[in-house]
Design a protein around this ligand. Structure first.
Ligand code: ADP
Ligand code: MG
Length: 267
């Protein structure tokens, strides 16, 4: 694997879209793995109580596993519970067990509830020399996602190239503006990735064109094709990048990761 360029300062990227099933988790685990295999230090924070990112990266997240919940509720350092990935030495994962679902409500009455993750990430950056942090978020804009948005420097939005693709993005944009104005001035929607692209359908092409027209600078050149290998990979506890590195899906995610790294190095 060729060395990918290191960002000037750590990039903290929230993968968000309040629609479910658009490829948030798949994008998180594959981009993170590609960057780690490219020699960069990467942390994935599983911020979804379903724990799909933990599963897809081969990380244990049975009920009771310590991870994101303890960081948010007990203010434990990320470094205490981040687990090394079995597949790459520079990739760590803060797992999410189902217990995390309680945090959404429990946080409501906590002091500094929106800043818990930001404080933890700042500490982790000092302790670890991490280059990239990715947050895999649940399909909602509650306190879990809000904590990630406050901690982040950037948002990456995967958009499925199908009908109604842009629905929900408007709502996400409104949330971003509100977070920017109140809690995190630095936040930018830096990256859009078109997922589940089917070159045989006019619909995919039309949706892709529309997204590119709305988000000229943000949309990556690479589109992720619909692929059976991508869908199979999680059941082996592997991202497609390591499960079937030569497949079109893996190569597309590799290309997307290289674009992201290149853009980050340019600043
Ligand atoms: P989200 O995290 O937004 O809910 P996922 O990444 O879990 O979305 O993807 C939803 C489902 O679609 C999963 O079963 C996943 O394996 C599958 N999937 C994701 N991307 C692709 C793709 N490019 N081609 C085929 N299946 C995909
Ligand atoms: Mg998901």
């Amino acid at each position: 694997h060729a060395q990918l360029p290191r960002p000037k300062s750590p990039r903290i990227i929230v993968v968000a879209n309040q629609k479910g099933g658009v490829g948030k988790t798949t994008t998180t685990v594959n981009i993170a793995t590609a960057l780690a295999l490219g020699g960069l230090n990467v942390l994935v924070v599983d911020n979804d109580p379903q724990g799909n990112a933990s599963t897809a990266l081969g990380i244990d997240h049975a009920p009771g596993t310590k991870g994101t919940y303890e960081v948010l509720m007990d203010r434990v350092g990320i470094i205490e519970h981040a687990q090394p990935s079995p597949h790459s030495l520079n990739l760590h994962v803060l797992p999410a067990a189902i217990d995390l679902s309680a945090a959404e409500l429990e946080l409501v009455n906590e002091r500094g509830r929106e800043h818990r993750m930001r404080d933890a990430i700042r500490q982790y950056i000092d302790e670890s020399g991490v280059d990239y942090v990715f947050f895999d978020c649940p399909p909602s804009l509650g306190l879990l996602t809000l904590n990630a948005l406050v901690a982040a420097t950037e948002i990456l939005v995967p958009i499925q190239t199908e009908y109604y693709a842009l629905e929900g993005v408007t709502q996400l944009m409104r949330t971003i503006e509100r977070v920017k104005g109140n809690l995190n001035d630095d936040l930018v929607l830096s990256t859009i990735l078109l997922t589940m692209y089917d070159s045989r359908t006019n619909l995919s092409r039309e949706v892709a064109d529309e997204v590119r027209k709305h988000f000229v600078a943000q949309t990556l050149d690479t589109e992720i094709p619909r692929s059976v290998k991508i869908a199979e990979a999680p059941s082996y506890g592997l991202p497609v990048i390591t499960y079937q590195p030569k497949s079109v899906g893996a190569q597309a995610y590799q290309a997307a990761a290289e674009e992201i790294a290149r853009r980050g190095a340019e600043g």
